[in-house]
Design a protein around this ligand. Structure first.
Ligand code: HEC
Length: 120
């Protein structure tokens, strides 16, 4: 086997492995997005389907950092956040598992708004 052929083979193998890795990562990501979306249905009534809230005094969640998002939910669950409208979030956070929190955080971190429709 010539050295050239060996180099080509290694390159081919590398490309193949890389594409498998990328495909695997994408499907895990898509699954978490879909699961997060399914678990967020109740949240969307106040925070909007795309994480842009429907009411002025309710916060937007779109693009929120995942670690902050999960920490906020845990703080509601532990009643460490009690001020103002926090009471609205207590019952919401109570029913979420750690996995739910991470899936939902992922969804709102990734979700994008649909482009505005033009009238013409
Ligand atoms: C009844 C309306 C309502 C529903 C339903 C609701 N939220 Fe909220 N959410 C609020 C309000 C109001 C606040 C602000 C509370 C405060 O002042 O701490 C908030 C705050 C938050 C925050 C903290 C935002 C920040 O910037 O600190 C997160 C995260 C959050 N909600 C996630 C969720 C998730 C996840 C769900 C669904 C499981 C959900 N919310 C359901 C009204 C709602």
């Amino acid at each position: 086997m010539t050295k050239n052929l060996l180099v080509r083979l290694i390159f081919l193998l590398y490309t193949l492995l890389f594409s498998i890795a990328v495909t695997a990562t994408e499907s895990v990501t898509e699954t978490q997005f879909t699961q997060g979306k399914e678990k967020s249905v109740v949240c969307m009534t106040c925070h909007g389907v795309d994480g842009i809230s429907t009411i002025d005094t309710y916060p937007n969640l779109q693009g929120q950092k995942q670690a902050y998002f999960v920490a906020a939910l845990k703080a509601y669950k532990l009643r460490q956040r009690n001020d103002g409208l926090a009471i609205l979030m207590h019952a919401q956070a109570d029913v979420l598992s750690d996995k739910d929190m991470h899936d939902i955080a992922f969804y709102f971190n990734q979700v994008k708004s649909a482009p505005p429709k033009s009238d013409d």
